[in-house]
Design a protein. Structure first.
Length: 219
């Protein structure tokens, strides 16, 4: 797909005028990456904003034992790298592709010119940063106060979208990915997911999770 068409599908630039869009189209660098590619690592210098057009990526850190902890997943139409991009500090997490992706890369000096002439984008950035901060606070609270089952249930409910009488998680999650996001072992996640399956609460089709009824408070 042509770069201009890709940019118009990204909500951050919904209010960009034609001049701004044409400039952005000229400076944005289109790149494709295969699955399991590290786009940047924690501690790297930051000079670019990544706009995700196709595919998904995950932001991760590793604990002292080397275990991967997933901070968030990012899908089409979203962007990442903006925190380090704005404050000039080193990258705070590593970002890895979960599948083949297409991204647009906008370098800092070019993006500054767009911000100066389109201040509405600044408010969109701030709003998104506050949403991410809220999600991070909820994640910390979950890890601190909830048992493993409630963390899993909370994650499923956060990701699910209503489709008629059911709730569907379109993001394909393995048990290992769930364990990385809730801070538990894969074996514990597998046991809990099995109980939800046996209880008729959920089904799993090609890694797509479907929720049929209200999840129990505890197991």
């Amino acid at each position: 797909m042509e770069v201009g068409a890709m940019l118009r599908k990204i909500p951050l630039f919904a209010t960009l005028d034609d001049n701004g869009m044409n400039y952005l189209k000229d400076v944005a660098v289109k790149r494709s990456f295969p699955k399991n590619t590290i786009l940047f690592s924690k501690g790297d210098e930051s000079d670019a904003l990544y706009l995700l057009y196709k595919g998904t990526v995950k932001a991760i850190i590793n604990d002292e034992t080397g275990k991967e902890i997933v901070l968030s997943t990012i899908g089409p139409g979203e962007y990442f790298g903006e925190i380090s991009f704005l404050d000039g500090e080193a990258r705070s997490a590593t970002v890895v592709t979960r599948e083949p992706v297409q991204v647009l890369i906008v370098y800092k000096n070019d993006f500054k010119k767009i911000l100066f002439s389109n201040p509405d984008i600044v408010f969109r950035l701030l709003k998104e940063l506050l949403k991410k901060l809220r999600r991070s606070t909820e994640q910390i609270e979950s890890l601190a106060f909830m048992d493993v089952y409630r963390r899993i249930a909370n994650l499923l409910l956060q990701l699910a979208e209503p489709q008629g009488a059911k709730w569907v998680i379109e993001e394909k999650l393995t048990h290992q990915e769930i364990s990385n996001r809730v801070g538990s072992s894969r074996e514990m996640v597998s046991r809990i997911m099995k109980q939800l399956l046996l209880g008729g609460y959920i089904s799993i089709d090609r890694k797509k999770i479907i929720i049929y009824k209200k999840l129990p408070v505890s197991f």
